[in-house]
Design a protein around this ligand. Structure first.
Ligand code: G6P
Length: 608
């Protein structure tokens, strides 16, 4: 992933493509490139880093032609360097591909292509596509793309050009957005309308399974059996900033709503249903090695620290290995008990947080095996850790972390499943967890469809000065995360507490002015939390409860209730945090805060 733009027509393609890429910059990326059909062959220019670096490359080594494709890459396979930047080419340099998404079976496809004599230069899954199209090519580009796509598992939005079937772009979509822009004697393809909006407002959105063939004389949309399809032409009347946010008012809201997809992405290709376990490609450890650890230390900051607390609970429950969670900033200056029998898990969305990085280095120096749970591919933590899981949440722009958090929890669940199954967890239990994991994207969607219910609660409490969030067990960290979300973006003071600890202090704060959010799904500590709800109600506090079913013990006790679907205990935080993210969001909007860039906060804290 991240941005695609393509052009075919009579004008100079390079400046149009660069302009399109720049309009996609807001999405975040780490390298960029173009491939231009120059009348004879394909010329590519690529650069790691910002588009301005690609422009500098083009200034010193220009390339011109009337059709081409371009890409901004946000690394998912392989470091963000020039070689891994798209477009990716086939062996002869006659086919160029840009791709968003993940080819899940790229390893096996690559092995087959290597056997057939194909030479690979990058670490990307995308390059596999280029070689597969080369293998299938027989004079007609769309036929070759179709043949290749039949063999592919995973998600893609692609645009392909070939110097052997010139002045044509073939684009295809499965699970990764793509649209065609219609001009006068010229056509565009883009992953996002903002890339082409300055040129045309007439677009055709491709559906999953669609393939489009563009030449300057027209376009066709066909399916993977080459049958022609009818697709409606839409007129875009949004402005650019609305489009960048996918129609949402803020990136944060967009990212909250992306979670059904990002959770799915984190699990994609990693669940072994029959064995009731997970498969983690980046582990770099044998099963024997995984079993040799005496203890696990998880270190992180901010929201990532909250997912670490959930991970601690999961790992201890299912693997029986002692786990300790440390703020990275504390860990690095203590004298932690860490040695070569310690597995040190480092969690970071950005992979660049200075304290987390330093903590990881400290653990490494003391002989621990380090393992990263990271979103940004090729980031320092990802590179320096001995192995890890990429959470595949995609670029997170909103400063307050949302989709990265749920993906971190999923990644921890996958790791827990892996180690747990190697130890005492039965296949039946493993399958039960997998079943619950598979249900999550749909359940999250169900919650998001009822966002308006949360907005009503937000309206009621938008003027509150303080908030208390209470939960137990797996949902004590959810309470911390809910409180953090609220304070980060609404600037309301909020505290998260283990529900039963309330009576040791926070209870003194409770009166009719104090909203108390209880995270109380029906799990193993449900009955315990009910008593705490009664204690708050007895002191006239306002109770907002996240529950998961009808409970006689709560009748008359709740001022506001939001239901989440049932799941296994260890995954309840994934569902319970969604209404909390929405609550924070709506309250902040109603108070007029700058939701995406709250005051004093930074997305990536690269200083101590
Ligand atoms: C900053 C961000 C938080 C984030 C924390 C850790 O404080 O504002 O949203 O949770 O850093 O960042 P990391 O990238 O290491 O997860």
């Amino acid at each position: 992933m991240c941005g695609i733009v393509g052009y075919v027509g009579d004008r100079a393609a390079t400046p149009l493509l660069i302009d399109g890429l720049k309009r996609l910059e807001y999405r975040g990326y780490d390298s960029a490139g173009v491939a231009i059909l120059n009348g004879k062959g394909i010329e590519t220019r690529k650069a790691a880093g910002k588009i301005s670096r690609l422009e500098a490359v083009l200034a010193s080594n220009p390339v011109s032609g009337n059709s081409g494709i371009a890409h901004t890459r946000w690394a998912t396979h392989g470091a963000p360097n020039e070689c891994n930047a798209h477009p990716q080419m086939d062996c002869r340099g006659h086919i160029a591909v840009v791709h968003n998404g993940i080819i899940e079976n790229s390893t096996s496809l690559k092995a087959r292509l290597v056997e057939l004599g194909h030479k690979f230069v990058s670490e990307t899954d995308t390059e596999v596509l280029a070689h597969m199209i080369e293998e299938a090519f027989d004079g007609n580009l769309e036929d070759a793309v179709i043949e290749a796509l039949w063999q592919v598992e995973g998600t893609y939005g692609i645009a392909v050009v070939s110097s052997d079937d010139r002045d044509k772009i073939v684009a295809a979509r499965k699970g990764s957005p793509l649209l065609i822009g219609l001009g006068d004697g010229e056509y565009y393809v883009a992953s996002d309308a903002s890339a082409i909006l300055s040129q045309t407002r007439e677009v055709v959105y491709l559906d999953d399974g669609d393939l489009a063939v563009l030449t300057k004389d027209g376009y066709r949309v066909i399916d993977l059996r080459a049958k022609d399809l009818e697709r409606t032409v839409h007129k875009i009347d949004w402005d650019l900033s609305q489009i960048e946010r996918g129609g949402f008012d803020h990136f944060m809201l967009k990212e909250i709503f992306e979670q059904p997809e990002t959770i799915e992405n984190c699990m994609r290709g990693r669940l072994l249903d029959e064995e009731g376990t997970s498969k983690l490609g980046g582990l770099n450890m044998t099963d024997e090695e995984l079993l040799k650890f005496d203890n696990i230390v998880i270190t992180a900051c901010g929201t990532s620290w909250h997912s670490a607390l959930i991970g601690e609970h999961m790992l201890e429950e299912l693997t029986r290995i002692p786990v300790e969670v440390e703020y990275a900033s504390e860990f690095r200056y203590r004298n932690p008990i860490v040695n070569d029998k310690t597995l040190c898990i480092v969690i970071s969305q950005s992979g660049e947080t200075a304290d987390t990085l330093a903590a990881m280095r400290e653990a490494k120096n003391r002989g621990a095996r380090t393992y990263g749970i990271v979103n940004v591919v090729g980031s320092t933590i990802a590179r320096e850790s001995g192995g890890g899981i990429y959470v595949h949440a995609g670029p997170e722009i909103g400063v307050a972390s949302t989709k990265a958090f749920t993906s971190q929890v999923i990644a921890l669940a996958l790791l827990t499943l892996k180690i747990g199954r190697l130890k005492d967890v039965s296949v039946v239990r493993g399958k039960e967890i997998i079943h619950a994991l598979r249900a999550l994207p749909g359940q999250v969607k169900e919650i998001l469809d009822r966002a308006a219910e949360i907005e009503e609660i937000a309206e009621e409490f938008k003027r509150a000065q303080n908030f208390l969030y209470l939960g137990r067990g797996y949902n004590f960290p959810t309470a911390l995360e809910g409180a953090l979300k609220l304070k980060e973006i609404s600037y309301i003071h909020a505290e998260g507490y283990p529900a039963a600890e309330m009576k040791h202090g926070p209870i003194a704060l409770i009166d009719e002015m104090m909203p108390v959010v209880f995270i109380t799904p029906h799990d193993s500590v449900f009955d315990k939390v009910v008593s705490n709800v009664h204690e708050v109600k007895a002191r006239k506090g306002k109770v907002i409860a996240i529950t998961s079913r009808d409970e006689p013990s709560l009748v008359g006790m709740l001022d506001y209730e939001f239901r989440i679907p049932q799941t296994v205990d260890m995954l309840t935080p994934v569902l319970a945090c969604i209404p909390l993210q929405l609550l924070a969001y709506y309250i902040a909007v109603k108070r007029g805060s700058n939701v995406d860039q709250p005051r004093n906060l930074a997305k990536s804290v690269t200083v101590e």
